[in-house]
Ligand binder design. Structure first.
Ligand SMILES: Nc1ncnc2c1ncn2[C@@H]1O[C@H](COP(=O)(O)OP(=O)(O)OP(=O)(O)O)[C@@H](O)[C@H]1O
Ligand SMILES: CC(C)(CO)[C@@H](O)C(=O)[O-]
Ligand code: BAL
Length: 377
C-alpha cells in the first residue's frame, strides 16, 4: 500500500513540488521505523502474528529452512547453545521470547520471573556477530518474536487455574506425571503455547533443551499425535563448571544456596554410576541418589541457621524415555531417564549484606536429569 502510493506520486509531476518531497521522506522514514530491529543488527523484532506471517512467506516460497528456538527470555548459555544448533542447520533462526502465563500455576513465580529484554537483545546481537563469523553455519538469527499475551490469546487469556475454560492442548497421561504432578497446569500451558508458536512461525525444525526432559517428551508427542510438519531437535544440557544445570531461575539462589544447589546433579550422578556398574533395578539405582540427597541435607542441618541451606526433594525418578512412566527395572536395550526436582527453601537468618538472590531469594524449584543410555550387549 505504501509502496504503491510512493510509486504513484513519484511518477507524477507533483513529485517535484516542494511540499510533496518532505511528505515522501516522512513516509519512507515511517516505513523504516515500522521495521523494528535489535540495534546494530539485522535481527528483526516481530511483535504480532501478522508480522511473522509477512516475514515468513518469502522464505517459504524460496524454500529456505526456518528454525524456531522457543524461550522465556533471561537468556543464558543453554539458550545460546540451542540457537547455535539452529543456525548450523537452518537458514533463518527465529528466537521467541515470551513468558507464557498459562504454564505458571496461580501460586508460582510468574510475577517475579526474570524479564531482561535489554540484556537479551545485547546477548543476541553478540551471538549473531559470532554466527556471522563462523562459515560453518547455514544461517543466522533472522528474527525475535516477542508477542504480548493479547496477541497470543486472541479470544482472551483463559486463566491459570486448573479449571480454566479455553482453547488448550492437553496430552495425558504424560502431563500428569512428575513435573505435572507438582505443576498440574504446566504442560497444558507449554503444549498450548508451543502449538501456537509452531502455527505462527511454521518452522521446519524446533529446538528444545534436554534440561527440561519431560517437556521434550511432551513436545515430541504433540508433534507426532497432531501430525505437525516440524522436526524436534533436543540439545544437551549446558552446565556450570560444578555441574549445576544453567537455568533462568538460578538467579533466585544467592551465594549461600548456590553452593548447595549442585545436590540434585550429584544425586543423579550417583544413581547413574550404579547403572553403569551393572545395576538395573529401581531400588539399587534410586537408593544411591536418595542417599546423596539425604546425606547433604544432614550435613547442612549440622550447621547453624546463619550458615545452612535447607531443601525439600520433590521427586527423584527413574522413568521410561518415551513415556516418562516409572520403571521397576531398566531395559538395558532402551535405557531410562533419571530426573528430579528439588525445592531450595529461603535461607534462614539472612546476614547483613548477604546476597539472597533475585527477588529477595524466594523458594526455588530446580530440575535436572541424566539419560541412562542403552548399554551395548
Ligand atoms: N541448561 C540448559 N541447557 C540446554 N538447554 C536449556 C538449558 N536451560 C534451558 N534450556 C532450554 O531453553 C529453552 C527455553 O527455556 P527457558 O526459557 O524456560 O529457560 P530455563 O533456563 O529453562 O528457565 P527456567 O528457569 O524457567 O527453567 C527450553 O527448551 C529449555 O529446555
Ligand atoms: C518452551 C517454552 C518456551 C514454552 O513457553 C518454555 O516452557 C521453556 O522456556 O522451556
Ligand atoms: N523451562 C521451563 C519453563 C518453566 O518452568 O515454566
Amino acid at each position: 500500500m505504501l509502496a504503491f502510493t510512493t510509486r504513484s506520486l513519484s511518477a507524477s509531476r507533483a513529485f517535484n513540488r516542494p511540499l510533496i518531497r518532505p511528505l515522501i521522506r516522512t513516509m519512507a522514514t515511517a516505513r523504516r521505523q515500522a521495521i523494528e530491529k535489535i540495534p546494530s543488527t539485522p535481527i528483526r523484532v516481530l511483535r504480532t502474528v501478522d508480522a511473522v506471517r509477512k516475514w515468513r512467506k518469502p522464505h517459504m516460497l524460496d524454500h529456505r529452512l526456518v528454525g524456531l528456538v522457543p524461550t522465556m527470555g533471561a537468556l543464558h548459555e543453554g539458550h545460546l547453545s540451542l540457537i547455535r544448533a539452529a543456525a548450523r542447520e537452518t537458514h533463518h533462526v527465529v528466537v521467541s521470547i515470551y513468558v507464557n502465563p498459562a504454564q505458571f500455576g496461580i501460586k508460582e513465580d510468574l510475577s517475579s520471573y526474570p524479564v531482561t529484554w535489554e540484556s537479551d537483545c545485547k546477548i543476541l546481537a553478540g551471538l549473531d556477530r559470532e554466527l556471522a563469523d563462523d562459515g560453518g553455519n547455514l544461517g543466522r538469527i533472522s528474527a525475535v518474536f516477542a508477542p504480548t499475551t493479547s496477541e497470543m490469546y486472541p479470544s482472551g487469556f483463559p486463566g491459570q487455574e486448573i479449571g480454566s475454560k479455553g482453547s488448550f492442548v492437553v496430552l495425558t497421561p504424560i502431563s500428569e506425571l512428575l513435573e505435572g504432578g507438582t505443576r498440574p497446569t504446566f504442560f497444558r500451558g507449554v503444549a498450548t503455547v508451543c502449538m501456537k508458536l509452531f502455527n505462527i512461525v511454521q518452522p521446519e525444525k524446533v529446538y528444545f533443551g534436554q534440561k527440561d526432559v519431560q517437556q521434550t517428551v511432551v513436545i515430541r508427542k504433540m508433534v507426532k499425535d497432531f501430525m505437525l510438519p516440524t522436526e524436534v531437535i533436543v540439545g544437551p544440557t549446558s552446565r556450570e563448571p560444578d555441574g549445576l544445570a544453567l537455568s533462568s531461575r538460578n538467579v533466585y539462589l544467592g551465594d549461600r544456596r548456590r553452593k548447595v544447589a549442585t545436590v540434585l546433579h550429584r544425586a543423579l550422578e550417583a544413581a547413574e554410576t550404579q547403572y553403569l556398574n551393572g545395576a538395573l533395578d529401581r531400588e539399587s539405582i534410586l537408593q544411591a541418589a536418595n542417599a546423596v540427597a539425604a546425606d547433604t541435607l544432614k550435613e547442612q542441618m549440622g550447621l547453624t541457621p546463619e550458615n545452612r541451606v535447607t531443601y525439600e526433594v520433590d521427586y527423584i525418578s527413574l522413568a521410561d524415555p518415551s513415556t516418562m512412566e516409572e520403571l521397576k527395572e531398566v531395559d538395558p536395550k532402551a535405557g531410562g531417564i533419571l530426573s528430579g526436582a528439588v525445592k531450595m527453601l529461603p535461607v534462614e537468618s539472612p546476614q547483613p549484606g548477604e546476597d539472597l538472590g533475585h527477588s529477595g531469594g524466594p523458594a526455588v524449584r530446580l530440575i535436572d536429569n541424566i539419560v541412562l543410555q542403552p548399554l551395548k550387549s
